[in-house]
Design a protein around this ligand. Structure first.
Ligand SMILES: Cc1cc2nc3c(=O)[nH]c(=O)nc-3n(C[C@H](O)[C@H](O)[C@H](O)COP(=O)(O)OP(=O)(O)OC[C@H]3O[C@@H](n4cnc5c(N)ncnc54)[C@H](O)[C@@H]3O)c2cc1C
Length: 341
């Protein structure tokens, strides 16, 4: 074995909400986990895309902000002392001759695991960028593809581009703090949920949001990464200039399975096909849970992912601890290390 290869029972690819809960489920069975994520912080889509939004369908939480849910999941996993390897994608996954798998990360870490849980969500996700000249000069300073803290836009002139849920929801939310909110969409009708679209139009009637329709982005004006205006064009090409401090283009996410697509797993429309009773993929010892996993009737919800984490942990146990009987126990019976009942 090469020097410095880390050993673990289970390697979890993806520290989104579902990967974090898998640490807990494996931990309750006495299994140790290493968790690897391409992002710099745990939480997956919850942290990266909508940390300040309340989620209403987590059992037992009538409403919980996405960031708070992640914080609690980390807390729930903590007694099992998972090893996190953040800011590094898993680049390769190969079977070992003696059984188990070796993972290699983009930072050169090698991890040998008896079993692997892939909780990689939509894969390595990134925003769809509008094709505007020099947009990269403004990214991170005046052009943002996601909002992690709406307070950052207090008093600013904000141009939002897009016609879906993110565009509508953030326009509604930022109208409360921004100096001015303009929404550029190439159609008069918004694709957002009907209630959000109706709210957007009501705010526009009240003069709190300006709808720039049907227009699309045409160019950016500014210097040294600081935006001064966004230029938009109508369908005939006539342009107008919107003074702006910030542009938020919301044109959806590009979803890319990345290296996962090369690992020989049976796929179904860019998702990993699994057996619903165990969440095992087409390769014995590799499991997939959460948004990346698919089977008939799959619902892409956090709560489905939580249940899949429990199924996978129980199904992989005999592979990690061959010959050791697994007795099903409730958490109320077993307790959690370090957590006083
Ligand atoms: C705006 C919005 C609102 C939502 N609202 C709700 C809601 O109200 N209720 C609900 O149930 N769901 C909601 N969802 C969906 C929910 O966020 C997802 O179902 C959930 O995040 C899936 O969790 P996951 O852990 O499977 O994947 P993700 O959260 O996508 O996390 C996967 C992680 O895997 C990492 N990864 C991918 N490939 C690799 C690799 N090769 N190496 C290392 N790391 C990798 C990614 O960086 C990512 O951090 C919403 C989603 C959005 C975008």
């Amino acid at each position: 074995m090469p020097e410095g290869v880390l050993q673990t029972d289970v390697a979890i690819i993806g520290a989104g909400p579902v990967g974090l809960f898998a640490v807990f489920e494996c931990g309750m069975l006495g299994l140790k986990c290493h968790v690897i994520d391409a992002l710099a912080a745990p939480g997956g889509q919850c942290s990266a895309l909508y940390p300040e939004k309340p989620i209403y369908d987590i059992p037992g939480h009538p409403a919980i902000d996405a960031a708070e849910l992640v914080r609690r999941l980390e807390q729930q996993a903590a007694p099992f002392t998972p090893h996190y390897h953040l800011d590094q994608r898993v680049e390769s996954l190969e079977p070992l001759p003696q059984g188990g798998f070796r993972l290699a990360t983009a930072r050169g870490h090698l991890i040998d695991a008896r079993a692997v849980i892939i909780a990689a969500g939509v894969g390595a996700f990134g925003p769809n960028r509008p094709p505007l000249d020099s947009i990269e000069d403004y990214e991170g300073r005046s052009v943002f593809y996601l909002v992690t803290r709406r307070e950052a836009f207090r008093g600013q002139r904000v141009v939002i581009a897009g016609g879906g849920d993110s565009a509508a929801d953030w326009a509604i939310s930022l109208a409360e703090v921004a100096d001015r909110v303009l929404v550029v969409h190439r159609r008069a009708k918004f694709r957002a949920a009907p209630e959000s679209a109706a709210r957007l139009e009501a705010l526009a009637r009240d003069g709190r949001i300006e709808l720039i329709v049907p227009y699309q982005l045409h160019g950016l004006e500014g210097s040294a990464g600081k935006l001064s205006a966004v230029v938009v064009a109508d369908l005939k090409g006539a342009t107008k200039t919107l003074p702006a401090d910030v542009l938020l283009p919301f044109f959806g996410l590009s979803m890319d399975l990345g290296p996962i697509a090369e690992w020989g797993l049976a796929l179904d429309h860019h998702h990993i096909a699994v057996a619903p009773a165990t969440c095992m993929s087409s390769i014995e010892g590799i499991f997939a849970i959460g948004d990346i996993a698919t089977y008939p009737g799959k619902l892409k919800l956090i709560l489905s992912g939580f249940a899949e984490a429990a199924l996978a942990a129980h199904a992989l146990y005999p592979l990690v601890r061959p010959g050791e009987a697994l007795h099903f126990e409730y958490s109320t019976t077993k307790g959690v290390p370090g957590v006083i009942p």
